[in-house]
Design a protein around this ligand. Structure first.
Ligand code: AGP
Length: 585
C-alpha cells in the first residue's frame, strides 16, 4: 500500500528526483514520507509525518537516493515509524511495501544484539539483513533475509559502502525504469514516466542489482541470473496532469465521455474472446474488491439475466470457493490497478487450478495483466484519485458489451455505450451539473444516507454509497430495494436523504413503492430515473439506455459524492485512512 522509489544516476539531484517520484506515488499512502541519500560512505535521512504537499527536500547533493510514502500498518503515524529506516551501524537503509508477517519471532531473536527504534515490521527486516551481512555480502544477506520473511513484500536496500541499489519482491509490485544517465525503481510505472518509458516489471521472487549503467536480475530463491524483459510503454506523463481541474476526482469524472466513446469502439475480437470463454463453460466467476467488486456484481446480474450462470465474489472472501474450482470454469478478474493483493492471491489460486483468467484492468504490465490469459485493458489513463470513477464505468461498458455479445446483439451493446458516453457528457456539462451541486449544499450536513436499487441497480446503489462514504465521510448505505422493510427502514427519520435508483425496467414500479415507504417515514427522496414521479422531492433525470442507464446513474452519484466532499471542506483526492492500491492484507 505504501509507495517506494529509488534512483541511481549521474546527476547529483537524486533527493529531488525521489521527492517528485514520491509525490506521484502518494495516492498509495500519505501518513508520512521520507528520503535517504548516500554521501561518500554515509547515509543521511529525512522523515516527515503527513502529506508531502509543497514540501522541498532538505537533503544535499547525491547521485543515489531512495524514498517512501507510508500507509501505516504496523506502528502509529509517528516520525519514529516513518521510513526509511537505518540499521545499528547506520550503513544500511531500507524502504518497504508490504507486511513482514513473521516479524515478531525474528525481532525477539535479534533484539538481544540489535537496537530497534520503531514499532514497524519493516525495521525488523533491515536488522535481519544487517545481522546476516556480518558473515556474507550485503547482496547475499538481502537474498537470504528475503527468503526468511513471510508475506507479500517489496524491498529496496541502499548500502553506504556500495554504488548500487538492491531490490527484491514477492506480490507487492516493483518496476525498474531504464533512463539515459540513471536507472530508477518504483512501486508503479506512473512515477517513472517523467524519466523513461522503457521498463522492467519485476516478477515474484526476483531480485535486482541496479547501478547507474546496469541492471542485473536474479532468481531470489536460486540466485540464478535472469535475462531482463524490457517493455516500452506508449503512455505520456502528460495524461496524468491535473490541468484546469481542482482535483483528480473531478478530472477523472470528466475523462469518462471520451473513455466510454473509445470503449464503444473497442476491437470486437477482444469482447468476443471473453464472451466465447463464458459461453463455453457451465459457470463463470467474476471477482473484484471494493468498487471493482460492485462491477463484478453488476456483471453477475446482467450475465445471469442473459441466462449465463455467473457468481460474483468479493476478493477477500475468495477462499470459500476453494473446493469448487476446476479447469473448465472461467474467471473474470476485475481490478483498476491490477495489484490489489486479494485479487493477486485469487489469481495465484485460480492459476494453481489451471483455470483460464480473463482480466479487465487499467494497468498494462500490472501483476493481474501479466498473469492472465485474456487481457482487456480499460485504457482509461492513470486513475490518481483514491476514489475510483472512470475505471468503474469502463468496466460496466466492457461487461455490457460482453452480455450483448452473449445474447447475439453485440452491435446494440456497442450503440448503448456510445449513447452512454453522450449522456455522461450532458450530465457533466448540462443543467444536471448545477442540480447536483445545489443538492449537495442542501444535504451536506446529514450524517446518514440511504441508496436503494434493485437487480442490476443494486450494485450501483452499493457503489454510490461507497463513493459518498469514501470522500465525504457521510455514512451512506446501499440496499437492495426489497430489503428495506426487513430492518434498515428503522433508521429512516425526518429528512434522511434517500437516493432511489429507478431505471425504466422491470424494477421501476417496485422502486417507486420503496420510495413511498421511505417517504412515509420522513425520508427526503432523490430519484435518479428516466421518469419523474411525484414521490421524488428531487428528480435527477437520466436517459433510458437499458442496462447502460447504470453508467449515467453512476456518474450522477460520483458528482454528488465529489460535491458533498467539497461542500464539507474535504480533499476528495486523498480521503483519510485510505490509499489507492491495496497491496497488503
Ligand atoms: C474505490 O473507490 C476504492 N479506491 C477501492 O474500493 C478500490 O476500488 C479497491 O481497492 C479495488 O482496487 P482495484 O480496482 O485497483 O483492484
Amino acid at each position: 500500500m505504501c509507495g517506494i522509489f529509488g534512483i541511481i544516476g549521474k546527476q547529483d539531484n537524486a533527493a529531488q528526483t525521489v521527492l517528485s517520484g514520491l509525490k506521484k506515488l502518494e495516492y498509495r499512502g500519505y501518513d508520512s514520507w521520507g528520503i535517504a541519500v548516500k554521501q561518500a560512505d554515509k547515509l543521511v535521512v529525512e522523515r516527515h509525518v503527513g502529506k508531502i504537499g509543497q514540501a522541498k527536500t532538505t537533503l544535499s547533493a547525491s547521485t543515489i537516493a531512495l524514498g517512501h510514502t507510508r500507509w501505516a500498518t504496523h506502528g502509529g503515524v509517528t516520525i519514529g515509524n516513518a521510513h526509511p529506516h537505518l540499521d545499528c551501524q547506520q550503513k544500511l537503509c531500507l524502504v518497504h511495501n508490504g507486511i513482514v508477517e513473521n516479524f515478531r519471532p525474528i525481532k525477539e531473536k535479534l533484539s538481544k544484539s540489535h537496537k530497534f527504534n520503531s514499532e514497524t515490521d519493516t525495521e525488523v527486516a533491515l536488522h535481519l539483513i544487517e545481522d546476516k551481512a556480518k558473515t556474507q555480502s550485503v547482496f547475499k544477506a538481502v537474498q537470504s533475509s528475503f527468503n526468511q520473511v513471510h508475506g507479500m513484500n517489496a524491498f529496496i536496500v541502499l548500502n553506504a559502502d556500495s554504488k548500487e541499489l538492491i531490490a527484491v519482491k514477492n506480490g507487492s509490485p516493483l518496476t525498474i525504469g531504464l533512463g539515459k544517465d540513471a536507472n530508477y525503481i518504483s512501486s508503479d510505472v506512473w512515477a517513472l514516466l517523467d524519466h523513461t518509458n522503457k521498463v522492467i516489471f519485476l516478477e515474484d521472487n526476483q531480485m535486482a542489482q541496479i547501478s547507474q549503467n546496469s541492471v542485473k536480475l536474479f532468481n531470489a530463491k536460486t540466485g540464478k541470473s535472469i535475462k531482463p524483459k524490457i517493455t516500452t510503454l506508449d503512455w505520456q506523463a502528460e495524461q496524468s496532469k491535473l490541468g484546469k481541474f481542482h482535483h483528480y476526482m473531478e478530472k477523472e469524472i470528466s475523462d469518462q465521455p471520451q473513455i466510454l466513446d473509445n470503449l464503444s469502439r473497442i476491437d470486437p475480437a477482444i469482447i468476443a474472446k471473453a464472451a466465447k470463454a463464458i459461453k463455453a463453460t457451465t459457470k463463470s466467476y467474476i471477482l473484484g474488491c471494493g468498487t471493482a467488486s460492485y462491477a463484478a456484481m453488476f456483471g453477475e446480474y446482467i450475465f445471469s439475466l442473459a441466462g449465463f450462470d455467473t457468481e460474483a465474489i468479493i476478493g477477500s472472501e475468495f477462499s470459500k470457493n476453494k473446493q469448487l474450482l476446476s479447469p473448465d470454469l472461467v474467471f473474470l478478474m476485475l481490478s483498476q490497478s491490477g495489484e490489489t493483493i486479494d485479487v493477486v492471491e485469487a489469481v495465484n489460486l485460480a492459476k494453481s487450478k489451471n483455470m483460464k483468467i480473463i482480466a479487465i484492468t487499467n494497468v498494462l504490465g500490472s501483476t493481474l495483466y501479466r498473469k492472465s490469459d485474456t487481457k482487456i485493458l480499460l485504457r482509461a489513463g492513470q486513475e490518481v484519485a483514491v476514489a475510483s470513477t472512470k475505471a468503474f464505468t469502463g468496466k460496466l461498458a466492457i461487461l455490457i458489451q460482453i452480455a450483448y455479445w452473449l445474447t447475439k446483439d453485440f452491435k446494440a451493446g456497442q450503440k448503448l455505450i456510445d449513447q452512454a458516453a453522450k449522456a455522461t457528457k450532458t450530465i457533466i456539462t448540462g443543467s444536471t451539473r448545477k442540480q447536483i451541486k445545489d443538492l449537495a449544499k442542501q444535504i451536506k450536513d446529514q450524517d446518514n444516507m440511504f441508496v436503494v436499487g434493485r437487480l442490476s441497480s443494486y450494485p450501483i446503489a452499493l457503489e454510490t454509497a461507497l463513493k459518498i462514504k469514501e470522500v465525504s465521510y457521510i455514512h451512506a448505505e446501499g440496499y437492495a430495494g426489497g430489503e428495506l422493510k426487513h430492518g434498515p427502514i428503522a433508521l429512516i427519520d425526518q429528512n434522511t436523504p434517500c437516493l432511489v435508483i429507478a431505471p425504466n425496467d422491470q424494477t421501476y414500479t417496485d422502486s417507486i413503492s420503496s420510495a413511498h415507504e421511505m417517504k412515509a417515514r420522513g425520508g427526503f427522496i432523490i430519484g435518479i430515473s428516466p421518469k419523474n414521479d411525484p414521490v421524488f422531492d428531487i428528480h435527477l433525470k437520466v436517459p433510458d439506455l437499458k442496462e447502460a442507464t447504470s453508467i449515467p446513474n453512476t456518474v450522477i452519484a460520483q458528482l454528488l459524492a465529489y460535491d458533498l466532499a467539497i461542500a464539507r471542506g474535504l480533499n476528495p483526492d486523498k480521503p483519510r485512512n485510505l490509499a489507492k492500491s491495496v497491496t497488503v492484507k
